[in-house]
Design a protein around this ligand. Sequence first.
Ligand code: SER
Length: 877
Amino acid sequence: MKSSKEIRQSFLDFFQSRAHAIVASAPIIIKDDPTLMFTNAGMNQFKDNFLGIKEPNALRIANTQKCLRVSGKHNDLEEVGHDTYHHTMFEMLGNWSFGDYYKREAIEWAWEYLTKSEGVNPEDLYATIFGGDEELGLGEDKEALEEWKKWLPEKRILRCGKKDNFWEMGDVGPCGPCSELHVDVRSPAEKEKVPGAQLVNMDHPQVIEVWNLVFMEFNKDSKGSLEQLPAKNVDTGMGLERLVMVLQGKTSNYDTDLFSPYIDFLEKEFGFQYGQNEEESVAIRVVIDHLRAVCFSIADGELPSNTGAGYVIRRILRRASRYAFQFLGITKPFIYNLVDVLVKVYDQIFPELAAQSEFIKTTIQQEEKSFLHTLARGTQLFENYLAENAGKADKQVEGKFAFKLYDTFGFPLDLTGLMAREKGWTLDVDGFNYQMGIQRDRARIASQIKTGDWVEVSPMEEFPHFTGYERSADKVHILRHRTSEANSGEIYQLVLDSTPFYPEGGGQVGDTGWLRKGDNIIQVLDTKKENDLIVHFVNELPSDASGTWVAEVDTDRRRLIKANHSATHLLHAALRQVLGTHVEQRGSLVNDKLLRFDFSHPTKLSPEEIMQIERIVNEKVAEGIKLVEHRDVPIAKAKEMGATALFGEKYGNTVRVIVFDSNYSIELCGGIHVDNTQEIRLFKIVSEGSVAAGIRRVEAYTSDGAFSFLSNKVEMMLQMKELLYNPKNPVKALRDLIDRQKKLEKKIQKLQQELAGGLKDDLLKQIKVVNGRNLLTAKVDTPSAKEMKALAFDLIRDLKNGVLVLAGNFGGKVNLIVALTKDLVKTGDLHAGDLVREIAEEVGGGGGGQVHFASAGGKNPAGIPAAFSKAEKLISK
Ligand code: SER
């Protein structure tokens, strides 16, 4: 039995021997296509080749591509785990022809590979062809039918509709009719009972599609019309996991050597028994599948986060955590334990996994920890809800609450339902669905960006190239434009025949500037890449786009961007020098204001380390090192030179290498740089912190930014010095001032205590005997009512058979307190609350309180003496 490694290799060898160039998998995370977050098909990286706007590197190509189907048109997430053949992450084996061979060869080779090279029993195979579609205006794919007839009896060739046999990458873009190969792996007895032909495309787990051959000949525009592509192409995709299942004679993908190592590990280390109980088995499959997706994504640079692709990764991991929690009884992080197993499964094939295994592990562990915490919080909230609603007659958990648990804490409906049932409650599912609908509508409206089709101004004869390394202004022609409608209004986009505008990429922001033709001036607000096409975002469309335009980059802004970018390289090298060679770049941002650099390092940088790094970079700036740029270097050669490739970046066969002193900094980089490091002028780190477990972030300024940062600081210091009366040593002066302040505060506190003691003694001397009772009335001068209250409690303790009446004037507001001693309270003759209410009338206010203590407010301080007299009168009665 062949191993999965051998099977993968046999596919590549088969097509290599048929003159296909073998290329690397593109990263699973897509950075330069606004319509797609993840690679969801092998053909993604060839989109521009199909559209005819970019020459392919070879006319025949084959590879294995890491794919993720979790969003957009191709989304298998909810199926995963419940069946044995859908995955979030999977490998797609593919062969491509760009206008070279077509249906005959594609079909013949697919047949030959499966039946002759790999020995699949031809009797187990079924082919489907596109049966035609009225709406698309296309008839049956007769050509494919004829080709399949060479290999298969006609009864095993099935005609299917648009849903199964017309492949589209997205709502717009390259598409075409397809033929699929399905394999029936059921037992002979079952085959006898129901013919396989009846089960094709019926979601039967053992009659499954393995290979899709797409005959990519159309492009679909935003109105849904098909236009013929410049060439007839082939795009095939075969799921490696399913192929391995077939070739290893299994009936579930999870029984192959691509999955069984994880199951063995879980059984051995955690005592689970896969296959014994359906719920547990589903959970194990979910955990393994999702672990693969998450590891591949992290390895290509996408960490779980709260937005965009990172959020999708977070949700996948949370789905796995939740299944483990709910069905495997796991309450501690555990999924991360499987990372080492995964690394072994893909040893030598995807080296980015082994190289980053520790980092991937800690990232997953941290994420699990925080999610389990969230789950616990949600459970608590659920229990609180039940306690608060204990009297609810229908004993039904409201849909709105279930939705809150779902939305905020990631609790799926069935988990809430389960918890409710355990407590003898039901759940308002309709109410939940209603809330869900509201949210979906909101999200749909928010994301409704409709991009129109390109309008051609002049034909694209050559793929537009970038001239910005040499020039910042150039003569250009507008090739095409389009309008997209976003919530914020209309945005216009242009493609030029060549451009000096740098498109956002490699951390560097896109250029801005102008396009001029005579009196016409269009502002370029941003520049981005869509796949490899450079798109300019402009403030308006010209009424006449034809003719020659001058494209002019805003060089003031670019000067600052360049300085920040080159400084990032100098910083990277300095970090490795000071902290160690474990420092690896994890992300960067370079714009005209600052540079930001994320890198792997376990601990906070000390002030000494930061100073040392700054010193090295500034030395390199002062040295005036000249930029040495090598273009079109084969990637292997670049690595030999000492440049490190970043995981998750898409590199062509050849790369650009940027060197600032070959003993100091060598990087693969497509960005714009200074010609000489002296142009950076000055480098200053302004912040250092953590962004994720094991990842630090440094932000720094250069050039004008660094100067103004420093001069602001100096200005602030001078002002402070002046306030301190210009001491020689301002730090010492400030420290002395703080010490003095502390001492003074202590002294004041002491004095206040003494004062309060003295005050008390003075007051006690003023006691009058009225009607056989001790009465003390006094206007006090405490800082606020709070201290007056404390004083009242203090005084009343020292009185016997007495009544205390205190008054204070706090900024025009009167505060009165009446307190009775305990022995007086016992007699029941007087009530502090009644007393205070009556005397408060004299100060224009009111109040009340308990028998022994009461207070009142008033707004007439002049009435205080009258209030005291009234108190005396009341007591005399
Ligand atoms: N693009 C097709 C698919 O993804 C064939 O590779 O199925």
